[in-house]
Ligand binder design. Structure first.
Ligand code: MF3
Ligand code: CO
Ligand code: CO
Length: 281
């Protein structure tokens, strides 16, 4: 199987999708505080996305032919020992919590006369950690080093480097930071008019020696645990992934375009001071 090289037109549309996903994270920020439920955050994000003429990609994602078993909400909210794919609920955020909010929007930029079945949607996928009130130094450090590992990996994105360089960089960075667990059960992914497409982006040492090429678009989304890297799925909902030992987990995600000289972060937010949108790596 091969990795898509996006056309200039597709790249333009992915810029729009990525920007909107980043805007959802910026918009939700003042709402993410102690006392709010994750279901309230879901509703606010879903409304904002709809107002911007886009759809929330997680809603019903993965449903079977009978329309059952799909993800039931519009965003993922993963609190404390939830690694990823947490389902927004009546759960109230508490002082000291850390929570990942993962946004994927899909937007059609076809003209108004295009019939629904003829539309092509483009995805923007990004997540960040929010710290609720007084977070322990241990948890703050977990969130920080996870974001730094993402940035270290982004700095390796350029034509000629391999996908293995991404995983090796993250593993090296995390190992240097201390005794953390890297999650291996979930990975980053190619993205475009399909939410999850080739390649899989592994966040640990691996042998994917395929070279990055200009026009490829994929996510990098490391999940790092305070304890072991293992995960367990919730038996009842089939989605929520917990750490195997109940210790906390952090994740940050960006959607990245490979350019001629490095990369462009399609989902960069205004609050990101430590990194440039366009990188000459
Ligand atoms: N946004 C997640 C990712 O980074 C996927 C969420 S799929 C869902 O790939 F169904 F769980 F929402
Ligand atoms: Co993703
Ligand atoms: Co995501």
């Amino acid at each position: 199987m091969s990795i898509a090289i996006k056309t200039q037109d597709e790249i333009e549309k992915m810029r729009v999708a990525g920007k909107l996903a980043a805007q959802v994270l910026q918009m939700i920020e003042p709402h993410v505080k102690a006392g709010v439920t994750t279901a309230e955050l879901d509703q606010i994000c879903a409304d904002f996305t709809a107002e911007n003429n886009a759809l929330s990609a997680p809603l019903n994602y993965g449903a079977d032919q009978n329309g059952e078993g799909g993800f039931p909400k519009s965003i993922c909210t993963s609190v404390n020992h939830v690694v990823c794919h947490g389902i927004p609920s009546a759960h109230i955020l508490q002082d000291g919590d850390i929570v990942n909010i993962d946004i994927t929007v899909k937007i059609s930029l076809d003209d108004d006369t295009t019939a629904e079945q003829d539309r092509t949607y483009f995805h923007g996928d990004t997540s960040k950690m929010f710290l609720i009130g007084d977070v322990s130094p241990e948890n703050r450090r977990l969130c920080r080093i996870t974001q730094e590992s993402l940035y270290a990996a982004i700095k390796k994105v350029k034509p000629g480097n391999t996908f293995a360089d991404i995983g090796a960089t993250i593993q090296k960075y995390i190992k240097k930071a201390g005794r953390y667990g890297i999650v291996k059960d979930f990975c980053g992914h190619g993205i475009g008019s399909v939410f999850h497409e080739e390649p899989q982006i592994l966040h640990y040492k691996n042998a994917d020696n395929r070279k990055m090429q200009p026009g490829m678009i994929f996510t990098i989304e490391p999940m790092i645990n305070l304890g072991k890297g293992g995960t367990v799925l919730d038996k009842d909902d089939g989605w929520t992934a917990y750490t195997v030992d109940g210790k906390n987990s952090a994740q940050w995600e960006h959607t990245i375009l490979v350019t001629n000289t490095g990369c462009e972060i399609l989902t960069l937010r205004d609050d990101e001071k430590g990194i440039q949108r366009i990188m000459h790596n």
